[in-house]
Design a protein around this ligand. Structure first.
Ligand code: ADP
Ligand code: UDP
Length: 237
């Protein structure tokens, strides 16, 4: 597999073409941003943790029947994935109140929901990723009704699998963001990443935050939190 030109540089990853038009290479950076790009920094070692963790979780999800873009881990920071046409929706699943949910509805963090929730944000930097409902997403032709139904089904399946997986490692999965994409034949697959950048993880015993909130909220111990969650995944608690 030959790496070709850079197609895109985002906030956390770069995407490269390969000699196969159906495949791209994603390269994970240590760069971190928060609050719509207003806060910028680096988290040493983050790229390697996110790459390897995302790949392990995607492989677990594949086994559990959720199709993903994952093809092959190439190195510590680089992975070969199926090139998809990204559905421009951030798909957010929540088990416990936190972050923007708590802010929006004026409730404390930590309320355990009877049922998980799902919401969508329109991935559009100029508009600052506004919340969008499924009808509006269909009206704007961001996705079809059928694609939204499939995305919801996969998102809740991902939640069920990961919630149980992390609880065994002594970690509560509070909420997370997913992105989905279309293969050339129209099949919807899970894409992008699943990592401490895109999930909230709380230690089941101490409540300690093991995710990007340590960076967002200047809590200190950011690198340690990424290392800790990675250690639990690779060593099993
Ligand atoms: P952002 O664009 O928000 O700054 P990243 O730095 O993570 O985010 O950049 C990675 C980009 O690659 C994102 O726009 C994401 O939607 C896109 N992407 C993720 N997986 C794939 C894939 N399999 N094929 C094509 N694009 C992808
Ligand atoms: N999230 C993300 N990218 C975003 C927005 C949110 O990965 O652009 C993740 C975030 O890490 C958290 C979940 O989605 O795990 C819910 O985030 P929330 O809506 O509470 O927003 P935030 O508090 O991060 O602004």
């Amino acid at each position: 597999m030959e790496k070709r030109e850079q197609l895109y540089e985002g906030k956390a990853k770069k995407v490269f073409a390969t000699d196969d038009p159906a495949l791209v290479i994603v390269s994970y950076k240590d760069d971190a941003t928060a609050f719509d790009g207003l806060k910028k920094g680096t988290i040493a070692g983050k790229g390697a943790v996110n790459n390897r963790m995302s790949n392990m979780l995607m492989q677990l999800l594949e086994q559990e029947g959720v199709p993903t873009h994952f093809v092959e881990e190439l190195s510590e920071r680089e992975t070969l994935v199926k090139k998809v046409n990204i559905v421009p929706l951030e798909v957010i699943v929540r088990n416990v109140s936190a972050g923007s949910f708590s802010k929006r509805y004026g409730v404390e963090e930590g309320i355990v929901f009877d049922e998980p929730t799902i919401e969508f944000s329109y991935k559009n930097d100029d508009l600052h990723d506004p919340l969008i409902n499924a009808y509006h997403a269909v009206a704007l032709r961001l996705a079809t009704k059928e694609e939204i139904a499939r995305i919801k089904e996969y998102a809740f399946k991902v939640n069920g699998v990961l919630k149980e997986y992390f609880l065994r490692l002594g970690v509560r999965l509070i909420d997370f963001k997913l992105e989905f994409g279309r293969l050339p034949d129209g099949t919807v697959v899970l894409a992008d990443e699943i990592s401490p950048d895109t999930c909230r993880f709380w230690d089941a015993e101490t409540g300690e935050k093991l995710d990007k909130d340590r960076f967002r909220r200047d809590l200190g111990g950011v690198e340690d939190a990424y290392r800790e969650i990675f250690k639990r995944i690779t060593e099993g608690k």
